[in-house]
Design a protein around this ligand. Structure first.
Ligand code: IMP
Ligand code: MG
Length: 179
């Protein structure tokens, strides 16, 4: 495992993102919608740098990556959301990989009557997008490697690291419980 972004670099990235969101704000409360579980660090650090009023809600998303022959299955749970009619929404996720999670969420939140839906991701993997949409705010473009820490997991582990690390193939082969 090796460090890709230090805690200091991540903090600087969050500060930039917060400034960009503030610069693009309208005179209306902002409804931040975090995507569980990976976005918890980004959401917690970002909202403390936004000037209010901010409302926070969470949704849950998970994409099961099937074998090459099976389609990926995206599962969304939005039952914790209040009525979003007319809200100015900012969807916050840890990483934009294929982009399918963010595309599905943005489209669903628009369907629910939000007045504006913007998207923010801490990380975006280069050369992986499979959708036409682009996130409105991106913290860091990173190489196509599997990363953990600062909210991101491998097999449920490593979310607690205060920095972002690349998981090497030996770590992956050893399995989540050890590496
Ligand atoms: P997408 O729908 O393909 O954009 O996938 C986004 C989701 O996949 C993220 O919210 C993460 O949960 C997960 N993901 C994608 N790449 C990584 C990675 O390198 N490490 C950990 N999780 C990842
Ligand atoms: Mg996720």
């Amino acid at each position: 495992m090796h460090t890709l972004l230090t805690a200091e670099q991540l903090a600087a990235g969050i500060e930039r993102l917060a400034a960009d969101v503030r610069g693009d704000s309208i005179d209306k409360p902002l409804t931040v919608i975090g995507v569980l579980t990976g976005s918890i660090m980004v959401v917690a650090d970002l909202i403390r740098r936004l000037e209010g009023p901010v409302q926070l809600n969470m949704v849950w998303a998970s994409s099961y990556r099937g074998p090459a022959t099976a389609p990926d299955r995206l599962e969304l749970r939005l039952d914790l959301l209040p009525d979003l009619t007319g809200h100015d929404v900012l969807v916050v996720d840890d990483i934009f990989d294929s982009g399918r999670t963010m595309q599905a969420l943005v489209s669903e939140l628009r369907n629910r009557g939000a007045a504006r839906v913007r998207s923010l991701v801490l990380l975006r993997k280069e050369g992986r997008a499979e959708v036409a949409m682009r996130p409105d705010f991106v913290g860091f473009d990173i190489p196509d490697a599997f990363v953990v820490g600062y909210g991101l997991d491998f097999d449920g582990l490593w979310r607690h690291l205060p920095y972002l690390a690349v998981l090497d193939t030996q770590d992956i082969a050893r399995g989540g419980a050890e590496g």
